[in-house]
Structures are given as C-alpha cells and as structure tokens.
Design a protein around this ligand. Structure first.
Ligand code: 9C2
Ligand code: ZN
Length: 427
C-alpha cells in the first residue's frame, strides 16, 4: 500500500447543518465520491475524516475497507513509533479526528470534558458519552465564522444583568445583587464562584420560567433595541427564530463572548470551556472523541448538572482564545504555509495555499506522524516523492503515512489551490 492513500469521509446530518448542495460537507462528499448523491432536503453538518467508530473513513477504491484496518495492519508504518507508543492502538485508531463543519443554525451550548471527566462520564453513561477521552478542539475558519467562545468578562455580564430586567429576574434579585456588589473586589477564585452562581441560576430555572422571560426579552429587543445595541439585539432575535424561548438566549447571548473569525483565523478551545458555533464553514480538529456536554440550543441530550458543575468559569478575552498561525519551515516552494499548533499533543493543522495560478509547486518535508489532507479550493496534484501523482480537487481526502515528502502542484487559475492537513507529531 502507498504512503498516500485516497480516503472517503463520513457525513453527519445534524439538524444545524446547511442544506443540500449549499453545504460544503455535501459538496465535498459528492466531489470526492460522485456516487454519493446530495439530498437537497437534508442538512449536512459535519464531514468526519478519521477513525472514530461512529463514522470511520474508508478507502476510496475499496469502500468496504476502513482506514483503521490499514493502520492496524502495520501500526508503526502508519502512525510512526513515537505516536504509536504514546497512543497505543490495537484497532488502528488515530489520536485526532479532523472535520469540515458547514453551519446554518447555532450548535448546542456545550463544553467538552478533560481526560478524567471524560473517563468518568463514559463509565457512568456510555450511551451519551461514547468515549473515554477528552476532546480539546480547534476551529479554523474557511469562510467568515461566528461563534460563542468562553465567558464574557464579569463587568460586561454585570452591565447586562443590571440593564436587562428579564435577565435580572431570571437570575433573581439576591444572586444578581451579590454579583453586582462583589465582582469589583473579588479574588479570581471568588469571581469564578460568583459567575457560577449566576450561570447556575439561569441553567436550572424551569423551562416555563425561561420561556416567560425569553418572550419578554425578545419583545424588548424590538421595543428598546438601544438597551442591547444592534449586534446583540439582532443576535437574540436571530437565535430566537432558530430556538424559540430557549435558555441559550440567556446563557449564550448574554453570558458568552460573541466572536467573529475571518477566513484563516483560528480558535482553540480548552476542556471545560463553554462554546457554540453560530454560522460559517470551518475546519475543525480534535482529539478523537465525541464527548459533548450540552445545555441549550439543541434537540439533543442535555446534561445541565454536569455542565454547570464542570466549567472552569474563567473569563479569557477572545483574543487570548485565538490560535495564531505560525510559519512552517518544512514547507518550501510557491505556496504559503500557516501552522496552527495548539498546546496539546494530539494534533496540529497546516494550511497550504497557492495563488490562483497554474504551474506552481511546493514541497513538504516529512512529518513524523500520521496526517490527513483535504483539498478545500482550487485544484492540482499531490504526490509522494518517487510515486505517481494523484488528483487533488475540492473534497479529495488523503491519509499520509509518517516521514514521506509530499509534492504539490497547482492547476487552477480561477481559485487558489488550498489544502488543510491535520497531523500528530510528538517532540
Ligand atoms: O460534533 C458537536 C456538534 O457535538 N463543535 O454540536 O450537534 O452536539 O450541537 P451538537 C461536535 C463538534 O465537533 C464540536 O464539538 N464545537
Ligand atoms: Zn465543541
């Protein structure tokens, strides 16, 4: 078997995905495998590229064979000795899961467990927490992208609490007033406790109470928009049309940072940090896991108690949560390389982008671990040094074995040949 293996990912039709051919997930799935037809009545939310048992990648020229079977047939060849010793596998599992997300509607307000909570939740409730693993994750915007990430600074939450009567009433005068009185002199630890008390009140209110105040607050965004400002008023109305009267209008819109990424910008989410994506297309990479603790804006299983008790309640500015791209010295030639290297071992993501011209070429020296490459724009060819080159068009996905040099060449003049490569490489 070659070191550059064409594979096919697996689409997830979660309700928040873009519909039919509007979704990058559907477009990529069809272009990689034209026998996959696009159902225009269905949402296509996520394209999974990895070895997670829920939706494992298969070989493009043998759809019955799993990528994980190939890896399991010779783990040290396909993972490299270091990765194999840190992430031992008997069934060919990769340490990371790479995805494309195409978002039409807000995802659930969620957080992901760290390793010890992941293991605990999995033992207690394996049907809702299918993995005994953490799920740190990173989003790289392909289009303009909008999300909730982390808690707003405490003074901002306080201003909203004092200004918006429905928020104040939902939290209750006692907790709201204590928060107001104490945050300016609170230690970091006390600040966390104060934030948890407000968040806990919102999350544990009855659905009837939440609906009563949500209706009034949405009406107020129309009668008194100046109280919210145009961006927040619009956000509340927009998300209320997606999930009417939902608790997310309070715990998301009023308590979490509303952030925007331009294409090429990225953010990294540590364990136990609340977030929810709102719109746009992204590449997402995570440790192999599907453990999600949800509490709002979702028809899926919610676990409010676990969410309220597990969050870190830190309040980092959005800028600190952004993952700044770094140079990548092992890439040479005509392409631009941007490395997103978050502070965890399981994955990094490399963006490779050519200008929209034919005949350009680039090389990437060996990476000492397994990788998965997907083409997102333009077209060209990809080859392992000394082997025949293969087509690289939007949606084409390849598994790349460790320590092989890759050559790329562009053949599109209308759009820039662009690839993303997720990999695991240990120091
Ligand atoms: O698949 C999320 C998707 O679970 N994004 O959100 O469907 O659970 O609301 P829902 C997961 C994705 O990888 C993620 O964690 N932040
Ligand atoms: Zn998430």
């Amino acid at each position: 078997m070659s070191s550059l293996i064409p594979i096919v990912g697996a689409a997830q039709n979660y309700a928040w995905g873009k519909y039919g051919s509007k979704s990058a997930v559907a477009q990529f799935s069809h272009s990689n495998d034209p026998s996959v037809s696009i159902d225009e009545t269905k949402p296509y939310a996520e394209l999974w590229m990895g070895t997670h048992a829920k939706a494992p990648a298969t070989l493009k020229d043998n759809r019955k064979k799993l990528l994980s079977d190939v890896i399991a047939s010779d783990p040290s060849k396909y993972l490299g000795s270091k990765v194999l010793s840190q992430y031992p596998t008997t069934n060919g599992g990769l340490p990371f899961l790479f995805k494309v997300l195409s978002i039409n509607k807000v995802l659930s307000i969620q957080a992901h467990p760290d390793k010890s909570l992941g293991a605990k939740l999995h033992v207690a409730d394996p049907s809702h927490y299918p993995d005994s693993n953490h799920k740190p994750e990173m989003a790289v915007a392909i289009t303009d992208f909008e999300a909730f990430c982390g808690f707003k600074p405490l003074p901002e939450i306080d201003v909203l609490l004092q200004k918006i009567p429905e928020f104040y009433q939902l939290v209750g005068a006692e907790v709201a007033q204590t928060f107001h009185d104490k945050i300016s002199s609170a230690s970091r630890e006390d600040g966390r406790r104060l934030l948890q008390s407000v968040f806990g009140k919102v999350m544990t209110a009855s659905p009837e109470t939440v609906a009563k105040y949500a209706k009034k607050m949405v009406a107020r965004t129309k009668s008194q928009p100046e109280l919210f400002g145009p961006v927040l008023a619009d956000l509340i109305q927009r998300l209320n049309s997606q999930f009417p009267d939902d608790v997310g209008l309070f715990c998301g819109c009023l308590m979490l940072n509303h952030c925007f990424l331009n294409p090429g910008e990225a953010m990294f989410l540590h364990a136990k940090e609340p977030h929810a994506y709102i719109s746009g297309n992204i590449m997402e990479c995570m440790a192999t896991s599907d453990n999600v603790i949800r509490a709002g804006f979702t028809p899926k299983f919610k676990d409010v108690d676990t969410l309220v008790s597990c969050l870190t309640y830190t309040t980092n500015p959005v800028e600190e949560q952004k993952q700044k791209p770094e140079d990548f010295a092992r890439g040479t030639g005509d392409a631009k390389f941007a490395l997103y290297n978050p502070p965890i071992d399981e994955f990094s993501v490399l963006q490779v982008k050519f200008e929209a011209r034919t005949g350009l070429s680039a090389h990437i020296a060996g990476i000492h671990g397994p990788s998965i490459v997907i083409v997102t724009d333009g077209s060209g060819e990809i080859a392992v040094k000394g082997e025949k080159s293969q087509k690289a068009e939007p949606g084409y996905i390849y598994f790349v074995a460790p320590d092989v040099e890759l050559s790329l060449s562009s053949s599109s003049s209308s759009s820039p040949f662009t690839l993303y490569r997720a990999f695991c490489e240990l120091e």
